[in-house]
Design a protein around this ligand. Structure first.
Ligand code: KG4
Length: 386
């Protein structure tokens, strides 16, 4: 939808970058403050400040997240521009995450984007966070890419894992997916199978009817007394355990939808029974528990994805979102690719969690459609892909 054609209060102007399209992306939907610069589709910088403050609470505390975003947003945007070697005046437009996410967190990014766009007299582009995750597969990089973490007393360390970047690449597999492709979007808040027909045409064909996969993993980690977020910890333990040691009841949901609440409960009840016999059961078996639980989740995710790929006769299959960092899920993608002749697309680790590079690349595509949004565009906490 192009809400603003003809009614944007902002005059469209060409930045000093000449005919180049230079987009600043801003992401603040949860607990990562991130800014990125993309020039003509190529990522120049991607700076993220994550918030260690939530660790001791075992989950994201919305009020603390908003305050940390307020602290981080100015230095993060400054660093992204500096590392890209781009001045404010060269920007063509500002793309920002409008939703879904935590309202207080979103408001910081949305308000900042509005103020900056108004002061520069350039258009704003609203981005659906979920669409951004899917389009992360189209990020092109240069070498050396300025994505190193932002460090400083006021800005906690970035979640970037510091992996090396290769000269101009488009995601694992050497190329971006071709339309139409299927994307499994798995994060702390979503588990969806999306049929991606074009950059701006996506259909959710299956989704969780209760908990998201990441939520189910984090919950199991919490029950086991592991830290937060539980996903990376479960992943690490699972690598040392036997995935067939324990069986948990798997859901039987029609179609391509998911359900993870039963699995979560089954894990909880089994654990309670085992601990009656051995109070140190978790300590003695945490690797096998993690491996078996992770397997149950990965099998569930992959089975539905395979059904969708078979029925729709689509063999280009991508994965996105925080849980796509999971080693077991990544391995399963490779196994299915071999077995079912899929061409798979797995994002770099730095694009699995929340990042502004995916917001900037989505903004870049929308800029070419002149899909701008008006100044009054509010943040929204809930929205799905249309
Ligand atoms: O996409 P994301 O960063 O945030 C949103 O939910 O929007 O996803 C976060 C989720 C958390 O549930 C986290 O535990 C999970 O992704 N996660 C993982 C791994 N890394 C992050 N789950 C399994 N294995 C991982 N390596």
């Amino acid at each position: 939808m192009n809400e603003s054609q003809g009614n944007s209060p902002l005059p469209l102007r060409e930045g000093r970058g000449g005919s180049s399209i230079i987009i600043l992306g801003i992401e603040s939907s949860c607990d990562d403050t991130s800014a990125a610069v993309i020039k003509d589709g190529v990522l120049l910088s991607n700076v993220t400040a994550s918030q260690a403050v939530h660790e001791s609470y075992g989950g994201v505390v919305p009020e603390l997240a908003s305050r940390a975003h307020q602290q981080n947003i100015v230095p993060v945007v400054d660093q992204a521009l500096k590392r890209a070697g781009v001045s404010r005046e060269e920007l063509s437009a500002i793309a920002f995450t409008r939703g879904p996410g935590l309202m207080g967190s979103l408001l910081v990014g949305v308000s900042f984007a509005k103020g900056m766009a108004a002061s520069l007299g350039i258009p704003m582009i609203e981005v659906n966070h979920l669409q951004g995750h899917v389009l992360a597969h189209f990020i092109k990089e240069t070498d050396p890419l300025q994505t190193s973490p932002l460090k400083g007393e006021d800005t906690p360390t970035s979640s970037s894992n510091g992996e090396n970047t290769l000269p101009l690449r488009e995601g694992q597999g050497g190329s971006s997916p071709k339309f139409p492709f299927l994307c499994l979007l798995v994060s702390g808040g979503n588990s969806q199978i999306i049929k991606v027909n074009a950059y701006n045409d996506m259909e959710v064909i299956g989704q969780t009817i209760d908990d998201a996969a990441g939520e189910a993993i984090d919950k199991a980690a919490k029950v086991m007394g592991l830290g937060y977020p539980g996903g990376p910890i479960i992943d690490k333990l699972a690598r040392q355990g036997n995935p067939n040691a324990y069986q948990f009841s798997k859901p039987h949901i029609p179609g391509y939808d998911y359900s993870f609440s039963g699995l979560k409960t089954s894990f909880l009840y089994n654990l309670r029974d085992w601990m009656k016999e051995d109070p140190d059961f978790i300590e003695h078996h945490k690797e096998d528990l993690a491996a078996s639980y992770e397997k149950a989740i990965v099998d569930t995710l992959m089975n539905k994805l395979r059904l969708a790929a078979r029925d729709l006769k689509i063999r280009q299959v991508a994965v996105a979102g925080g849980v796509s960092a999971n080693t077991g899920l990544r391995n399963a993608f490779h196994e299915y690719a071999e077995k079912y002749h899929w061409k798979i697309f797995i994002p770099k680790f730095s694009y699995t969690t929340d990042n502004a590079a995916m917001i900037a690349i989505t903004g870049y595509f929308k800029y070419q459609d002149k899909d701008f949004c008006p100044m009054e565009a509010p943040a929204y906490s809930r929205v799905t892909i249309k």
